[in-house]
Design a protein around this ligand. Structure first.
Ligand code: FE2
Ligand code: FE2
Length: 347
């Protein structure tokens, strides 16, 4: 089937604006009411012609014809329908790896939105039934990152600049994994999976801290502060209860507020006592927090945040923070995409 599709020569200008829709994606749509406009390729005039409008009911004959057109690579979707398409595929993330017509930017956008949705649901209610979809989608994303380590760059270009627990988790995931890939030469798929989950879930203990404390604009009272300071331990407890308590995950939860000079919490651990994952999640966590607008602080530019961390080698791992500064100072990630404002993924 795939060979058939590739056999069809599509003029370049069409490829920019439309993409062939795969049978897997088509079969995931409601059969009689596809949520996107469909187009077919007209061999005789070499252009695409509208076939059906989104949401309009297809007849039985049309459903058959659509399936046929799709199997020969003659069915297309406009890239302007990407937001709808992306909302659809976000809920069945495994499809993202089967669709070879998506661009790297579109894949990163869809993966991030899926992780954001799954993480947010889990954070609101940290129970096993909501951990499973988050776990499953994280494994889809790590599969994609495993295929080519450069894929992570498109994720880093999509950092969020407004705070929410989910956005913070995704930012920490993207920047933390990028850093980890740079400083780790060879790694196994299993290590990547574990690191990805550890970075995403480092702040899950916050789900047990009353939300109003986290949104409070003024300084916290002593007893309020105490509750927030408990979140590393609470994170460990949540994950242990759900029985996916592997070493890297527990370290990320427990150590991401520890600082090399012993000024952190909860243990006031010093450099030698803090694991590599702990140091990595500290950098990823602080960087992610600094670049986001929060009730008590405006968002910093990524380079400014990285420089601030690098200027503090007493507390933050200098190898990691210097790497961040050097990539950001040379625009190494390319143009950042504003994830908060639109679903636009053009690059
Ligand atoms: Fe935290
Ligand atoms: Fe955090």
């Amino acid at each position: 089937m795939a060979a058939l599709k590739q056999a069809r020569e599509i003029p370049q200008n069409i490829n920019e604006e439309y993409y062939q829709i795969s049978t897997e994606i088509l079969s995931s749509f409601p059969k009689y009411r596809p949520p996107v406009d469909l187009f077919t390729f007209r061999d005789d005039i070499g252009v695409l012609a509208p076939y059906s409008r989104k949401g309009v009911r297809l007849s039985n004959e049309q459903v058959e014809e659509v399936a046929q057109l799709c199997s020969t690579g003659d069915l297309f979707v406009s890239r302007t329908d990407h937001p709808i398409y992306s909302r659809h595929i976000v809920k069945q993330l495994d499809l993202v790896l089967q669709d070879h017509n998506l661009k790297e930017a579109e894949i990163a956008d869809i993966c991030i939105r899926a992780l954001l949705m799954r993480y947010t649901e889990f954070h609101e209610q940290p129970v096993k039934s909501l951990l499973e979809p988050l776990y499953r989608d994280t494994m889809v994303v790590t599969e994609y990152l495993w295929q080519d380590k450069h894929h992570i760059n498109a994720f880093v270009r999509r950092l969020f600049r407004k705070h929410s627990p989910g956005r913070h988790a995704i930012n920490s995931f993207s920047i933390g994994l990028w850093l980890w890939m740079q400083i780790t030469g060879e790694y196994r798929r299993k290590d990547l999976d574990r690191l990805a989950l550890a970075l995403l879930l480092h702040d899950i203990g916050m789900s047990k801290v009353p939300a109003f404390l986290l949104q409070k604009a003024g300084p916290l009272k002593a007893e309020e502060k105490e509750k927030v300071l408990l979140h590393p331990m609470l994170g460990v407890k949540v994950m242990q209860k759900l029985e996916i308590a592997f070493e890297e995950l527990l370290r990320a939860c427990f150590e991401h507020h520890e600082r090399l000079d012993g000024s952190g919490y909860p243990q006031r651990a010093k450099s030698g006592q803090i694991s590599r994952v702990g140091r990595l999640s500290a950098v990823a966590d602080s960087f992610s927090a600094m670049i986001c607008q929060r009730p008590h602080a405006p968002a910093k530019q990524p380079l400014e945040a990285a420089k601030e961390l690098a200027a503090d080698p007493q507390r933050y791992d200098a190898e990691m923070t210097k790497l961040l500064v050097s990539v950001l100072a040379t625009d190494g990630f390319g143009q950042f995409v504003d994830m908060d404002k639109s679903a636009d993924t053009s690059e």
